[in-house]
Design a protein. Structure first.
Length: 84
């Protein structure tokens, strides 16, 4: 378990974790967006830009990205296929 250097006690654009004492730190951010446009590619680009700007604000260089998507129940299967 790492040490939380910056987290919810002093909120910022990202959380900062130190895996080992004196070791390198990792910067983490999570954003959640409701689908406010119908184009999944545009929404993904907006969400990625927002998350990357959080990292940039912290002076971090992004190395990994993870996308979390919530689709409404009534969405057709082709929309799910578009996201994969």
């Amino acid at each position: 378990h790492g040490k939380m250097i910056l987290g919810l006690d002093s909120p910022d654009d990202c959380a900062v974790l130190e895996a080992e004492p004196g070791g390198p730190v990792t910067v983490h951010t999570v954003d959640y967006f409701r689908a406010f446009i119908s184009d999944p590619y545009a929404l993904g680009r907006i969400a990625a830009t927002h998350a990357l700007s959080d990292c940039h604000a912290m002076g971090a260089q992004p190395e990994v990205a993870l996308a979390l998507v919530t689709l409404p129940v009534a969405v057709d299967a082709s929309s799910e296929d578009d996201l994969v």
